[in-house]
Design a protein around this ligand. Sequence first.
Ligand code: SF4
Ligand code: SF4
Length: 186
Amino acid sequence: MLKLLKEIFRTGEATVKYPFAPLEVCKDFRGKPEHRAEACIACAACTVACPPNAIRMETDTAAGTRTWSINYGRCIFCGRCEESCPTGAIRLTPDFELAVGSKADLTRKAVFTLEECACCGKPFAPAKEVDYVARLLGQSARSTEEADRLRLTVSTCPDCKRKQDVHQIALMGIDRQMDRELETTP
Ligand code: SF4
Ligand code: SF4
């Protein structure tokens, strides 16, 4: 008996007080991903990186919105969303208490406005993403005019860009044809 008591005193407390006291987790513990909509640009990088499709995006061009959502019931806490996010808008936290009363409470959403194309006015990409790309490109621009031109390019939808390219190629073809005719004219 004395031997047992000695062993108990030597070992100390072998259990933790959780849930009556907070449970301390290790430094790199991967818990609930926390999303900050104010830092998010709705670029969809996390939706591509998320292995179990816990993060999704739905684009509604008629309403001019893109909805980002996370379903904590599907999350496997791998941290790939955090690694892929260019703005640090999603980070894993030490929070592991995810129990909810209703399944719907496991989903969080954020709604973003789509930018309207500078040429045709059709909503095509999240306004915050367009602004982010324009600011990044603007940093490498050599003049304000170049920065404005780059902003106009990123504010143009893919359909309009394609039409502009086709138009430019056609003009180049006409130019070449005229050059050839001038060369052959005696
Ligand atoms: S931690 Fe992994 S599974 Fe969970 S939302 Fe992020 S990428 Fe998806
Ligand atoms: S990767 Fe980051 S910025 Fe892009 S949609 Fe996900 S949380 Fe938002």
